[in-house]
Design a protein around this ligand. Sequence first.
Ligand SMILES: Cc1cc2nc3c(=O)[nH]c(=O)nc-3n(C[C@H](O)[C@H](O)[C@H](O)COP(=O)(O)OP(=O)(O)OC[C@H]3O[C@@H](n4cnc5c(N)ncnc54)[C@H](O)[C@@H]3O)c2cc1C
Length: 416
Amino acid sequence: MSQSSLLWFTNSLRLDDNSLYNAVSEDTKLHCIYIYDQRTELFFHLGEKHLSPHRARFLEQTISTLDQQLSSLGQCLHRINGDYLESLTHQVQQYSIDKIVTSRHVGGYEQQAIKAIAKRFPHLQIAVVETATIFQESQLPFVLSDLDKSFTPFRKRVEDLVIDQPVTAPTSLPPPIHKISLSKPVELKASFNGGEVAALQHLETYFNSTAPLTYKETRNVLDDWQSSTKLSPWLAVGAISARRVIARLSEYELQNGANESTYWIKFELLWREYFQWYALHWGDRLYAFKGPHNRNPLTSYDAERFRAWREGHTPYPIINAAMKQLKATGYISNRARQLVASCLVHELAIDWRYGAEYFEQQLLDFDIASNWGNWQYLAGVGADPRGHRQFNLEKQTQIHDPKHRFIKSWDGNKGF
Ligand SMILES: Cc1cc2nc3c(=O)[nH]c(=O)nc-3n(C[C@H](O)[C@H](O)[C@H](O)COP(=O)(O)OP(=O)(O)OC[C@H]3O[C@@H](n4cnc5c(N)ncnc54)[C@H](O)[C@@H]3O)c2cc1C
């Protein structure tokens, strides 16, 4: 007898290199869903209930693209508004679902929903597939509870491991249980357009250029499209996989030669990898003021100072420019993130969680693990072995913006 499977998309919104499809039983009818759970748009510290327009647009484009792609395989994507658990429950009951397939997710709400649905329906088969990381947990040369406290030993243990080749995109899928009409085609307007099609195009454009050969020297430039890969928004929603990026990087190295810069792209992707495992390992302690190791930050909340930071009205021009760029575009460079985070914690003495939450609301590339992990690191309560990292803002301005080009260009509100 044919089965009914539910494919719950969360953080892997793509066809390519996505083992979710392999976990769907062959003799099955398939129901594909994406759930908008409002709790993921609730910002407790900020007291606000919405994503930035940039983040919302990028996510919407990504979901519409996935729907278009699924429809070319005879499938469709159902968008559901509601609590994860109640939405899953409703779908399981309405469509007599036998099996749920979904990605492993670092988010607490997602993890709780899967645990609870398994309890609620003991007959359900549940497949939780690792689609967001370079390695599977079983490939790590240690058990997760022994994850290194900082990045360098982790990198040394994993960087020479063989990385699996990306899985090819499916050419057919089981038929839908219930067909609905297709989303509107995605309008591509900005530099960062959501969705897998734009992601793969961007990957090709970047690796058809000479930019990867100078990545290590340019990656700290404050405001330039080619200075770093700019892949983070697509990686964050899973419109592209880290394994696909690494496979394309290896091809590039074969054609153009490997150098320190090309190595450094993988190095940074391993930072991402580290934070994914860090988040899975530490669970809710990722959001804890004192971090996983119970350190005591000497900061608190001050509404006025926080507003000044957020709106770009601090005494530090480089910070103001970066915060204006963040608000106007949803993206700032890694160096700008380090500087504004350091300023919030050290110059303004504000509780780092307010900054992390503001980034969560604004960033196109918001990723739970990378964002909260980096904020803990910068606040001195996370994976930084030094424990205190304060950037000298004047010195950083002299190094990265000596002629004040960046500062001047963000006086007004321009986008990429
Ligand atoms: C306070 C703070 C918050 C951050 N929040 C996020 C976030 O929510 N989402 C996010 O993807 N990155 C975050 N980062 C990491 C980093 O700033 C961005 O990944 C990077 O700037 C994205 O631009 P890119 O794709 O051009 O990166 P590249 O320099 O081209 O790097 C290639 C890829 O490696 C990964 N990467 C690079 N640096 C880091 C890092 N420090 N930590 C984890 N992964 C990294 C990203 O996936 C990136 O796309 C944060 C950094 C800081 C300091």
